[in-house]
Design a protein around this ligand. Structure first.
Ligand code: SF4
Length: 283
């Protein structure tokens, strides 16, 4: 049995950077009795989040839980400027681990809005990155999130429309939605804010899924980019299985297969990918 791991797979630059910043911050304040918070999971991977919680990171479900005098780590998904203002006013120190690609999407959105374009953000309405981008736009009347084709019906005709896209979206979805928005405006300015890492991961997963008998996608079920990898792989290989870690692997899935492919999302530790490979090798 040949087992191949997708060329671009596992932790991306933005996630690695956010985790390094978090580890350094936890170390720095370890003996100072200072509480350290993130708003929601620092990355979409339960195993990693549990480890960081043991080291002292507090996962707040709501901004109100973050206490004065504490430290707040902005995760790679970013947040809107108003939250930061409110937290600073409560004497909370901000450590910003927003991924530079997400910052780029935020700046492009702000720039388009300032220039008078009605802003469309293509992405998942409830994803923290999309909420953070939208929160950079002052007038909520001049921005809309489009999650799927159905939402386009609600988009009113506008003279000028500016478009940005969630960094982890698939290029296919982006193209499809953009093509439908074209009928809705006269002047349309499109900023492709899908990050390089995402493009590379999606392409290498696509290529691998085409040539193997079975594909295993490893990563958090709440990770948007991992879910997209599974979606892409399934399109080219019906024997695609999406698991959180090696414990979810059913060895019957790979039986009879000669070539097995494995890929992991941007928030999947390399260790989780290797553990899956090891388990298959032992058959
Ligand atoms: S997937 Fe892209 S945008 Fe998201 S954290 Fe990684 S590098 Fe940054």
């Amino acid at each position: 049995m040949n087992i191949e791991i997708a060329k671009y797979s596992g932790y991306c630059f933005g996630v690695k950077r956010a985790l390094d910043i978090t580890e350094r911050t936890l170390k720095k304040y370890k003996n100072n009795n200072v509480k350290i918070y993130s708003l929601g999971q620092i990355i979409h991977n339960k195993g990693v989040v549990d480890k960081l919680s043991k080291k002292g990171l507090i996962i707040a479900a709501d901004e109100a839980e973050i206490t004065p005098g504490s430290v707040f780590i902005v995760r790679s998904h970013g947040v809107g400027p108003e939250i930061l203002k409110r937290l600073k006013a409560k004497n909370i120190k901000i450590v910003n681990a927003t991924c530079p690609f997400v910052k780029n999407a935020q700046s492009k959105a702000k720039m388009l809005s300032k220039k008078g374009y009605y802003l469309v953000i293509i992405g998942s309405k409830n994803h923290p990155e999309v909420i953070g981008i939208r929160d950079h736009i002052k007038s909520k009347k001049s921005v809309m999130v489009i999650e799927d084709e159905k939402d386009i019906d609600v988009l009113r005709k506008n003279n000028r429309i500016g478009i940005v896209v969630q960094t982890t979206s698939t290029i296919e979805k982006f193209q499809l939605i953009v093509s439908k928005i074209l009928e809705k405006g006269n002047e349309i300015l499109i900023e492709n804010t899908i990050c390089d890492t995402t493009k590379k991961r999606q392409n290498s997963t696509k290529e691998l899924s085409k040539k193997v008998d079975v594909m295993i996608i490893v990563g958090g079920k709440n990770s948007a980019n991992t879910a997209h990898l599974a979606e892409i792989s399934k399109k080219y290989n019906p024997r695609t299985y999406y698991i959180e870690n090696y414990k979810d692997l059913n060895l019957d899935w790979v039986k009879g297969g000669k070539n097995i492919g494995i890929s992991g999302g941007a928030s999947t530790p390399q260790e989780d990918i290797f553990n899956v490979k090891k388990l298959i090798e032992e058959i």
